[in-house]
Design a protein around this ligand. Sequence first.
Ligand code: 3PG
Ligand code: MG
Length: 424
Amino acid sequence: MNEVSSPVALGKGSAGGLDLSRVRSIDGVDVHGKRVLVRVDFNVPIEGGAVADASRITRVLPTIAKLAREGAKVIVLSHLGRPKGVVSPETSLRPVAQKMKELMPGTTVRFVGDCIGEEAKRGLGALNPGDVAVLENLRFYPGEEKNDPGFAKKLAAHGDLYVDDAFSSAHRAHASIEAIADFLPAYAGLLMMAEITALGEALENPERPVMAIVGGAKVSTKIEVLTNLVTRMDVLVVGGGMANTFLLAQGVKIGASFSEPDFVATAKDIIARAQQAGCEIVLPSDVVVAKALKEGVDWQVCPVRKVPADGMILDFGPESVADMKQRLASVRTVLWNGPLGAFETAPFGEATFALAREVARLTKEGKLVSVAGGGDTVRALNEAHVAEDFSYVSTAGGAFLEWLGGHELPAVRALARSGAHAAP
Ligand code: 3PG
Ligand code: MG
């Protein structure tokens, strides 16, 4: 591996200075007969009028089922797509309510065709304890994305309590996420609690040494993440296309590989910050190259300093993988976002899959805490059949990155504020 610097002990930080202990869980809260507003992220793909992937729904079912079982009138709030404040049938939550009915066979699930106003009042008036209502898309009203207190107040009027279980929307300062928590006592749902606990532990108070693996195509989209991580991690593995830009910053010739020459200075700055903070940046020492990124193309492994002029770096090579495995043996926490190579095209997923299997194995043996997040990462872990074996796999893409970037998440801020008000 190219060792940009050697590791020394790091100080610990805190994401956005938030006191997570102020966030209240719904566990133990008496909800019987109460109207409980639950904000979820049902921003799911809809194809041919039906839900194409229900994972975001199944992840919050434990919260909804628990509240219903305990006799709450459960009122589900969500956005879907980006209708920008106008009613659009393609982004209706009706198919999602239909899916909920299928997933909760013993429960009465109603769809209510508006989230505020007379129709909402009528629909919610018919709820009995243990029933679930799914309100129509919040983003049909401009007040939602504007974090408008007036709109939040109208939503809040439907409920006695508010529960946020939408971690993957936690980075949005929207009315149903932030402003609403000023009108109702606010609690974190089970998924939200699991997400902030897992990420909090891995990022803010990890067992050390802690290694982050950050991949993906572009440095430009992850500058804040990398800049924040070098001050918190002991080791940072940079993978994917962004590794090429870091290699360029070190004067390595990368042939015809994808890179962002405009961000070489940024990469240099991140390397300097890492050196200052005592974080070791790890780049590949050997790579898999080909003349094109396509299935069935001829490929070869070569040392990173011998990439042919017409070669594209598409994955880490076996020596780099072996080296990372060796490093993992002494690491206690791993945070992972982004693949090492072009994993969607065989055989350029091999390094990502091999590393994923090793992280999973060490996690199962109790030697490692592993937290992963982001759409591509989750897809890669699923392809390697190891997602189940990680300590925690986050449902969130954008919110996960914001958190890794050191930003305060509006949802967590709102929950902590509500908890602080309630504290004696
Ligand atoms: C997501 O899918 O990333 C969340 O639901 C947030 O959606 P948005 O990016 O449209 O705000
Ligand atoms: Mg998004």
